[in-house]
Design a protein around this ligand. Structure first.
Ligand code: ATP
Length: 295
């Protein structure tokens, strides 16, 4: 049992991630896939406020009908896991989620919320768990939670939980837009397994370009194997990428399993002009910058 009661209210930001590259290297015997991804935390974020609930319930409230408030919510699962680990089960809390990260976008919104809960609760309890223990707790909630906990720029392998921190991206701006549909992650993995895509990102080349701080070299090599999956919706993804490139992006890519697409711009003015142009077509459209490590 933790000897310190947390100081409420607890607030925390949950930052989204973008995939600079995404490769699926193998299908494993346990049904999961081995991934190799370069991930980047960005400034687009949800805002969490955790307050006490006297009835002992842990729940989330976002005001969005398609985001569950119960144990299906990754933020709730993370809180319950944390309370179990510090021996404070039965403590009730409400996790108010101000969702800004679009849901079902491939930007790890749910995982980011879970990671933010773990980081925030650990701070409020006086840091009883180490960063490694928090990551282990996060992995029980979802494969992307470990990355979201630490954040910054990293190479993720295994199911996404084995992390190698990387040099920060050179200074740039992102323009992110999301077509009005979401793509189911299990469905896309299934299609990938059934298809014969043989192109892979040049991850070594990307790592070398990152090491040199070579933004053009990074943008030239950005690649996501899910874009090659035979799926009608990829036409819309390609159109969004084309629009970003037409607006002057150095490179454009779908993040995760989509449907959000981002472009990389060298400067803020050009990025803002592109955002304004894309906002004519995409309801969700924003600019963002890279964010460094959190833990
Ligand atoms: P990933 O990039 O990890 O594949 P995603 O960004 O595509 O994830 P999310 O926005 O995390 O997808 O949400 C996918 C589903 O997870 C939603 O349909 C929602 O029902 C559920 N979900 C659970 N917890 C949350 C949360 N805290 N925020 C948003 N969605 C959540």
């Amino acid at each position: 049992m933790s000897d310190q009661a947390p100081a409420f209210p607890i607030t925390e930001k949950a930052y989204a991630k973008l995939n600079i590259s995404l490769d699926v290297t193998a299908r494993r015997a346990d049904g999961y896939h081995d991934m190799l991804m370069i991930m980047q935390t960005v400034s687009l974020c949800d805002e969490l406020t955790i307050t006490p609930e006297s009835d002992g319930n842990v729940f989330a409230a976002s005001g969005l009908p398609y985001v569950p408030g119960d144990k299906r919510n990754l933020a709730v699962r993370a809180a319950l896991k944390y309370l179990e680990l510090v021996g404070d089960e039965g403590r009730g809390m409400k996790i108010a989620l101000r969702k800004r990260i679009p849901v079902g976008a491939g930007m790890a919104g749910g995982s980011a919320d879970a990671a933010a809960v773990l980081r925030a609760l650990n701070r409020a309890y006086g840091e009883p768990l180490t960063a490694e223990e928090l990551c282990a707790a996060g992995q029980t909630v979802g494969s992307d939670v470990a990355f979201c906990l630490r954040g910054g720029t990293a190479l993720a392998s295994g199911r996404g939980e084995i992390l190698t921190p990387l040099a920060a991206l050179p200074d740039c701006r992102f323009v992110i837009c999301k077509p009005d549909f979401s793509i189911s992650t299990p469905e896309l993995f299934k299609k990938l397994d059934e298809s014969r895509t043989s192109c892979h990102p040049d991850t070594d080349g990307l790592l070398a370009a990152l090491g040199r701080g070579d933004l053009d070299g990074i943008c030239r090599r950005m690649y996501n194997v899910f874009e090659d999956v035979p799926d009608r919706r990829m036409r819309t993804i390609r159109a969004a990428k084309g629009a970003l490139l037409d607006c002057g992006a150095l490179g454009a890519l779908m993040t995760g399993t989509g449907s959000a697409v981002f472009g990389v711009f060298r400067d803020a003015e050009r990025a803002e002009r592109a955002r304004a142009e894309l906002a004519k077509e995409y309801r969700f459209c924003c600019t963002a910058v890279a964010v460094g490590a959190q833990l």
